[in-house]
Design a binder for this molecule. Structure first.
Ligand code: AHM
Ligand code: MG
Length: 334
């Protein structure tokens, strides 16, 4: 039996253009994942649960673990000379590399701990990250360096803190999953070359919001739920943690939906560090991500914390949603 560590795999599979900087950045992220996993696994044992009292830029209360995860990501990445800028869900402003450190060629966008409503009920949560190349390496990081369409990502991935901890990433050459062996503290290759299975097994949507959706989305969810003659045979699964819902559907096939709503016409999820990196991964796994009208990979963000509707999974299902929206919702400016 061959055992491949994540370090070995990243090194052996680094893209031809990578000089080692990207490789080392992925190592840094694997280390951050181990540290955050260690803390989340002990969350019920130490007095860390509950809200820290702060409100994040989305107007939502932060949990202590969110703040911890954000600090770990920052501290492990700000002084290495590999990054020119970071954007975090937990910080309103871009995170610049302090002048005293050398700056590098990459931009890191991340949600340090997603699924905050699940933290203190011991349900799976995750970290999401994306890596862009700096647009102008001559300058220190600028916001424009981060506001690139997800199709220009050079790598993306997530860490799932579940029954086991997994890190799944792609640097543009397939999607590969690693499971943390807690005894050695190593991520070991467990899921090479992940490809979305057909036929898909699941659909995932919070249907308590049904009355707030457009007619096209309502028709589509009716179709998913088996109400039409040509409905697919899918089972419903919804955790409320994007990484966990995405991961299950990646392994079993399916679609995850977080539509726009009447009073929230851009949906809830963030384009830059939630929808974008997962859109990059699903594309690498043979699937497709859309905002209902156009591919997520083609949307250029205008603000770091911009939201988007998200439909992501097996291509046939997402394209069917787009057809319902075209048919029932008419033209849009999106
Ligand atoms: P968060 O960034 O505050 O953690 O919110 C994002 C989470 C996602 O993980 C999940 O897909 C979604 O919110 C669930 O929202 P809802 O509870 O409205 O279904
Ligand atoms: Mg989030």
């Amino acid at each position: 039996m061959t055992v491949t560590t994540i370090e070995r795999f990243i090194l052996d599979n680094q893209p031809a253009y990578a000089s080692g900087e990207l490789t080392n950045l992925l190592y840094d992220l694997a280390l951050a994942a181990k540290i955050i996993a260690h803390k989340t696994n002990r969350a019920g044992l130490i007095d860390i649960l509950g809200e820290a009292g702060a409100i994040n830029v989305q107007g939502e209360s932060q949990q202590k673990l969110d703040i911890y995860a954000n600090q770990i990501m920052r501290q492990l990445c700000d002084h290495t000379g590999r990054l020119c800028l970071m954007i975090s869900e937990e910080q309103e402003d871009p995170i610049h590399i302090p002048e005293r450190y050398r700056k590098g060629s990459y931009v890191l966008v991340f949600d340090p701990l997603d699924g905050s409503s699940n933290i203190d009920v011991n349900v799976s949560i995750g970290t999401i990250f994306g890596i862009y190349r700096c647009l102008d390496e001559a300058q220190r990081g600028r916001l424009e360096d981060a506001l690139q369409p997800p199709g220009d990502l050079v790598a993306a991935g997530y860490v799932l803190y579940g029954a086991s901890t997994m890190m799944v990433y792609s640097a543009g050459n397939g999607v590969h999953g690693f499971t943390l062996n807690p005894e050695y503290g190593e991520f070991l290759l467990s899921h090479p070359n992940l490809v979305l299975p057909e036929p898909p097994a699941y659909f995932s949507v919070n249907s308590s919001y049904y009355s707030r959706w457009s007619p096209g989305v309502q028709q589509f969810v009716d179709w998913l739920q088996g109400r039409e003659a040509d409905s697919p045979r899918l089972s419903a699964r919804y955790i409320g943690s994007l990484v966990a819902d995405f991961h299950r559907n990646l392994l079993r096939g399916g679609i995850f939906c977080y539509p726009a709503e009447d009073e929230r016409d851009e949906g809830k999820l963030r384009l830059l560090y939630e929808a974008g990196p997962l859109a990059f991964l699903i594309d690498q796994a043979g699937g497709y991500a859309s905002n209902g009208r156009r591919p997520i990979l083609e949307i250029t963000p205008t603000q770091p914390h911009q939201r988007t509707a998200l439909f992501i999974g097996n291509r046939g299902l997402v394209e069917r949603l787009e057809a319902f929206i075209r048919q029932d919702d008419g033209a849009s400016t999106q």
